[in-house]
Design a protein around this ligand. Structure first.
Ligand code: TYD
Ligand code: MG
Length: 453
């Protein structure tokens, strides 16, 4: 073994470090994920030695200048980023293969280069011809965009030094490698070193770097969780591969809030923004069907109306089956237990399938009331009035609890033509009276049920 180098085992799933091999990772409980990698102990020390020692400062003598933000030309993306792309920031875009990461970033390239920003798109996955094919679908590009097929980081650094672009896209971090590290591209130490090097470039030359990261089957950025700690912003691109819409979600953002989402639709000519997601989500809602309820969930500052579907039928086995798609299955079990106990509905004899239409995932408790009403509607086989929408959190004693921003939710419902809104009684005062929509405050699930059926 060379001097100064040590062998360390890394979990390829979460980046857990260990001096010996282990069958199961103590960090993420995955089996058989440890791989031996040679790590040069000097690298950490090396980067430290050539740093100048900085003087500590008081808060008052730090001059505040608002970091300049570029508009990406896609308002949905700008919203998720907190108002635009911050100069010199590092943005990680994760997502399943084929979801549209490369397409999104190429469109960003197109819009930025149209504003005369120099952009360098570095691909380690596709050939220049393949990128050109995609670019032709998206539209016309000008010469401010340059493309490069390269995976060696030292070469990439040389190119960046020479070209001095304002924005660099790395597609994807798992294909990049640093010659000084012996492990294979995509391994934990490679990904970590590569990101660190790109970080230096980003901060040193004030270049904005977009990094594409692959995700594992669990939905986290593949290999190292560590990556998420290093970058400024982490965005996840998600959605059903078979549905055409995609959701861009901020998971971490040093320059803005993280609960905003952007909604896109994949078309023949690239990603198109969906300005009104509620309308989109409710598309194709069945008429007069039992077990279908419209609920409202807040995604950041934006209310989104969704259709919750439930199918409740008599079970043929001793243990009833419960499945939930798009919402938490445990939450559904809990709500069914509440119905059993508080409304005396014989849920324990029923299979239940709950689904949020369109493949979107919603975890806000405010959709509880929607889930409850959908289950009751299917159980009694009685459809709800089509122009009714509901929201509210349901507690264990069957009470309907307050949720945040009721006013915005009511306004969104009204905008989409709903005429009745069932909401927590405690929120009634905050909402006041709204023309054109009837507001029904309910204190518990029984009241809600009596109102709709
Ligand atoms: P891609 O951006 O390559 O996904 P990723 O980089 O996340 O792996 O493309 C995703 C899919 O989108 C691909 O299967 C083809 C499809 N697509 C369209 O439907 N319309 C388009 O205009 C483009 C460019 C791609
Ligand atoms: Mg790609």
């Amino acid at each position: 073994m060379a001097k100064g180098k040590t062998n360390i085992f890394f979990c390829q799933n979460c980046g857990y470090e260990s001096s010996k091999w282990m069958g199961q990772c103590p960090g993420c409980r995955e089996w058989n994920t440890f791989v031996e990698e040679l790590v040069d102990k000097k690298t950490a020390a090396k980067s430290h030695s050539n740093q100048k020692v900085a003087e500590p400062k008081t808060l008052s003598c730090i001059d505040m200048q608002e970091k300049a933000r570029m508009k990406s030309g896609m308002p949905e993306l700008d919203r998720v980023l907190g108002g635009g792309i911050v100069d010199g920031s590092m943005i990680l875009v994760g997502g399943d293969p084929g979801i549209g990461k490369s397409t999104l970033l190429l469109q960003v390239c197109k819009n930025l280069s149209a504003q005369d920003v120099d952009v360098l798109y570095i691909s380690g996955e596709e050939s220049l011809q393949q990128i050109k094919l995609r670019a032709e679908r998206i539209g016309s590009f000008n010469d401010h965009l340059r493309l490069l097929c390269e995976t060696n980081l030292a070469d990439i650094r040389t190119v960046i030094d020479k070209q001095k672009p304002k924005v660099v896209i790395i597609d994807s971090i798992q294909t990049m490698y640093d010659e000084e590290i012996s492990s294979a591209p995509g391994s934990v130490s490679q990904v970590r070193e590569s990101t660190a090097m790109l970080m230096q470039i980003a901060k040193g030359m004030n270049i904005t770097v977009f990094i594409v990261g692959h995700v594992t089957k669990e939905g986290v950025v593949a290999g190292p969780r560590v990556l998420e700690h290093m970058v400024d912003t982490v965005l996840y691109f998600e959605g059903d591969r078979y549905a055409s819409y995609r959701i861009l979600r901020g998971v971490k953002n040093r320059f803005g809030s993280t609960n905003e989402i952007g909604v896109f639709e994949m078309r023949g000519d690239g990603l198109q923004e969906v300005a009104n997601p509620s309308e989109y989500m409710l598309n194709g809602k069945p008429e007069n069907a039992s077990g279908s309820v419209v609920a409202c969930s807040m995604e950041g500052s934006r209310p989104i109306l969704i259709e919750i579907q439930a199918l409740v039928c008599h079970t043929n086995f001793g243990i009833p089956r419960r499945t939930a798609a798009g919402c938490d299955a445990n939450r559904v079990n809990l709500l069914m237990a509440v119905l059993e106990k508080r409304l005396n509905l014989k849920m324990s004899e029923c299979d239940a399938y709950v689904n949020i239409a369109g493949g979107i995932r919603m975890n806000e408790p405010a959709i509880d009331l929607g889930i409850v009403l959908a289950i009751v509607s299917s159980f009694k086989n009685r459809p709800l009035d089509e122009d009714t929408i509901c929201f509210g959190e349901v507690g264990l004693s069957g009470e309907v609890r307050a949720v945040s921003m009721p006013m915005q939710r009511v306004a969104e419902a009204k905008k989409l033509g709903f005429t009745t809104c069932i909401l927590p009684k405690v929120c009634m005062e905050a909402v006041g009276k709204v023309d054109g929509i009837q507001l029904i405050g309910v204190a518990n699930v029984r009241e809600a049920m009596d109102h709709v059926m």
